[in-house]
Design a protein around this ligand. Structure first.
Ligand code: CAA
Length: 380
């Protein structure tokens, strides 16, 4: 067992750390306040190769492994989870889904601009009445021979307005249940496709989350991913990898909050000494450090499984379940270590605490991860 990162992985870690400090940190509070999407920052991440990290270089990607991706996700998320979710959705859900299951024409047309950051993508599964219960799709994609006609509403879509390409999951044949679902590539601007209002959120306020409305949207059949009826499997397989990305995001939020709390505890004085010298604070830091290390091991194991070609449904779900719990607990404690200063925006930890919450909800709630884990340990 070798726990050391390779030279290349250490370089990626440093590049992501530098980018987060130099480019994401300066405007992060203002973007959160104003709910402003990090347009410039995302463009720069595209230029640096962070948006197509695992994509084959022949399609404009960086050709890296999942380990490198989670290492970068951790570093970016320490500073700005609103930006890192763009990286996660674009890499894990959109690029990976297209590269793994798309045909050559789809890859040439869509994957290259997505991997280079010329445009970003969105993954559209959730609906007003189909969140956790993802097979209950009400959006329909009716087969009209050479095209589908799409009708319905999608909710809480990350990159909803900024994406140039949306992977939309919809029901073609109700009789067939989840086997009658398709995944379609829908371009922004297609007639009948409208972007709904932006959500006003608790956390990741810089990320743009919208509902999407489809009203008789004509989608050419060549834009269907995989065989007829493959859409639900496509969503499940893609989300299994997406959960590793969100687990790494949660890990980064936790680690970012811990680093701020540790620094603050060594500077702030109370009762005649730095507060880190009080056991009440030192023990909090010890707990945080231990939990973060455990979360990191789970995240790395899931990434390693994916890189080895092992099944990663279970390890990815465990990593997301645990890392998101650690993110929540650590950020709450980081605010506590900061005392009154933790409650004001300038110290960053209150934002990390708000951002942590979504990691227990999106790409499958913690309860859904427990369904995946319990089914895996009981039925295999
Ligand atoms: N890989 C391949 N196939 C899978 C699979 C996987 N990981 N998980 C399930 N399937 C298949 C099953 O084998 C089954 O197919 P067969 O009938 O052919 O065997 C089919 O999918 C249906 O599976 P289930 O019977 O297990 O379905 P279910 O209704 O019990 O639900 C669930 C399973 C795991 C709970 C699923 O509904 C689920 O994951 N729900 C959560 C959805 C989710 O994560 N949403 C997140 C939204 S996206 C997002 O947040 C992105 C963003 O913007 C950040």
């Amino acid at each position: 067992m070798d726990f050391t990162l390779s030279e290349e992985q250490l370089m990626i870690q440093q590049a992501a750390r530098d980018f987060a400090q130099n480019e994401l940190l300066p405007g992060v509070i203002e973007r959160d306040d104003a709910q402003r999407f990090p347009t410039e920052e995302v463009k720069k991440m595209g230029d640096l190769g962070f948006l197509g990290m695992m994509v084959d270089p022949k399609y404009g990607g960086s050709g890296l492994d999942t380990m490198s991706y989670v290492i970068a996700m951790e570093e970016l998320s320490k500073v700005d989870a609103s930006s890192s979710v763009v990286v996660s959705v674009n890499n894990s859900l959109v690029c990976w889904g297209l590269e793994t299951f798309g045909n050559e024409a789809q890859k040439e047309k869509y994957l290259t601009p997505l991997a280079t950051g010329e445009m970003i993508g969105a993954f559209c599964l959730s609906e007003p009445e189909a969140g956790s219960d993802a097979t209950s799709q009400k959006t329909t994609a009716i087969d009209k021979g050479d095209h589908y006609v799409l009708n319905g509403t999608k909710n809480w879509i990350t990159n909803g307005n900024s994406a140039g390409v949306h992977l939309v999951i919809a029901q073609t044949d109700v009789e067939k249940g989840h086997k009658g679902i398709n995944a379609l590539i829908v371009e922004k601007g297609t007639p009948g496709f409208e972007i709904g209002p932006k959500e006003n959120k608790l956390g990741i306020r810089g990320s743009d989350t919208h509902s999407l409305l489809f009203n008789d949207v004509k989608v050419p059949k060549e834009n269907r991913i995989g065989e007829d009826g493959f859409g639900f499997k496509f969503a499940m397989k893609t989300l299994a990898g997406g959960r590793i990305g969100i687990a790494a995001q949660a890990l980064g939020i936790a680690a970012g909050a811990y680093e701020l709390a540790r620094k603050y505890a060594k500077e702030r004085k109370a009762f005649g000494t730095e507060i880190a010298n009080h056991q009440a604070i030192a023990f909090k830091l010890a707990d945080m450090h231990t939990q973060i290390a455990a979360a990191r091991h789970l995240v790395y194991k899931a990434a390693w499984d994916k890189d080895q070609g092992n099944n990663y449904d279970l390890s990815g779900a465990m990593a997301k379940l645990y890392a998101s719990q650690v993110a929540m607990e650590t950020t709450v404690e980081a605010v506590q270590v900061h005392g009154g200063n933790g409650f004001v925006k300038d110290y960053h930890v209150e934002r990390l605490m708000r951002d942590a919450k979504i990691t227990q909800i999106y790409e499958g709630t913690s309860e859904i991860q427990k369904i995946v884990i319990s089914r895996s340990i009981l039925h295999n």
